[in-house]
Design a protein around this ligand. Structure first.
Ligand code: SF4
Length: 411
């Protein structure tokens, strides 16, 4: 039986002053891969949330295969290329001689750069459960093929891979031990130009496995869930999930679209014990050019105008609304950003996250910026000057540099 070590590098591996943030939850993606490999007779020795090189050396004894990836989706704050590259440098230093598989959603984009920089390691690139199986020599008949970027696990997820009590929590969620995470659907039919998920196929978990996972969570005392669906509420299984949440007395937070929040859906969410909703506000309600640039569609614009009344409706049901704003658009200035924040700050949102515009590979903005020579292709982004936390990405803002923008970013 082959021994497998799964590694999620944490930002603190390279950003030494960032020891607390973003290590709050076990990775759903890694749990899927671990469950899949265990079912195919691999021995999972550990899921390592790696924050320093010295933690790695002692884990390498008797390991045949290492899978590294950006499975936690840190990419808003930290370019995963640097995290993975740092792992590879350490593995070379410790003379690791087994197979190294690089997974996670961004792996395809930097595969050549990573391979080109390493001399001795045997590196394979895989971006889904299915392709990880293939790079390990499994035949298609050994597992279910559910799509290119296979989110759904072909088996019920083994809870032991999702219940790691070593993670530290975070400032915003210090009581992580009561909290679990879950995804019903990955993918999105909408078309926002800054999002690499735009127009991506929707992959759903088999409902029977999801219902089992909810019951398992309730059994081990998790009483709060976070749904990481791109857009919660679009799934055909939403009603069954909400009914079960109520039955199991589980509360939850979810991401959804502002224009989903009609009275009917809000009532359903409240019955299912929803406590807070995360939505993208993106830019100010009157910023037409910026809205067009981000391809915010008319349905959402209409709901932005009604935001105040939606918030009071949610208040009646004791549901908090948390919004995200984007800064760093091409024409943004300090004044524009400040007005954008001001526009929303008195409307009664529970919290506003401020996020940089990240030119994600695969997004329409990325393609447009490459075509216009505004940025270099992703595989050329391995310049040391990009290693500044929290962006690690080129900005396409004409008026403010990355350091200027990072002052606004807030959790
Ligand atoms: S930002 Fe949200 S709604 Fe827009 S394409 Fe991405 S996931 Fe879909």
């Amino acid at each position: 039986m082959k021994n497998v070590l799964l590694i999620q590098p944490l930002p603190s591996l390279i950003y030494k002053n960032n020891t607390e943030l973003y290590s709050e939850f076990d990775s759903f993606g890694l749990a899927i891969i671990a469950t899949f490999l265990e079912k195919n007779n691999f021995n999972i020795t550990n899921i390592l949330y790696l924050s320093s090189e010295k933690e790695l050396e002692k884990e390498l004894v008797n390991i045949d295969i290492i899978i590294i990836g950006d499975f936690r989706y840190y990419s808003y704050f930290c370019n995963p290329y640097f995290l993975i590259q740092q792992c590879l440098v350490s593995l070379e230093k410790f003379n690791f001689s087994g197979k190294v598989i690089i997974g996670g959603r961004h792996s395809d984009f930097f595969s050549e750069t990573i391979k080109g920089n390493q001399n001795r390691l045997k590196i394979y690139i895989a971006s889904s459960v299915e392709s990880i199986g293939k790079s390990l020599g499994l035949k298609s008949s050994d597992f279910l093929i559910l799509g290119k970027n296979t989110l759904p696990c072909p088996y019920p997820i083994n809870l032991k891979f999702l219940n790691n009590d070593k993670l530290t929590g975070s400032i915003s969620r210090p009581n992580r031990l009561n909290i679990a995470q879950i995804i019903i659907d990955s993918g999105c039919k909408f078309n926002c130009s800054f999002c690499e998920k735009a127009r991506s196929d929707i992959q759903s978990f088999p409902i029977r496995y999801l219902l089992k996972l909810l019951e398992d969570y309730a059994t081990i005392g998790k009483n709060y869930l976070i749904f990481w669906d791109e857009v919660f509420g679009k799934s055909k299984n939403t009603d069954s999930i909400l009914n079960l949440l109520k039955e199991l007395n589980l509360s939850f937070t979810c991401n959804t679209r502002l224009d989903s929040l009609n009275i009917e859906f809000i009532t359903k969410l409240a019955i299912g014990n929803c406590k807070s909703i995360l939505i993208g506000l993106e830019v100010g309600g009157n910023e037409n050019d910026a809205q067009n640039y981000l391809k915010i569609d008319y349905r959402k614009k209409k709901y932005l105008e009604k935001l105040e009344s939606i918030i009071s409706l949610l208040n009646e049901f004791n549901i908090d609304l948390i919004g995200s704003l984007i800064i760093g658009l091409p024409n943004d200035t300090e004044e524009i950003i400040s007005n954008r924040i001001l526009h929303y700050s008195n409307l009664g949102l529970k919290k506003i996250y401020i996020r940089p515009l990240v030119v994600f590979p695969g997004s329409a903005i990325y393609l447009e910026s490459i075509a216009k020579n505004i940025i270099k292709p992703y595989e050329e982004w391995n310049n040391t000057e990009l290693q500044t936390y929290p962006l690690g990405y080129p900005t396409i803002c004409r008026n403010l540099n990355r350091e200027d923008l990072s002052q606004w970013i807030k959790n």
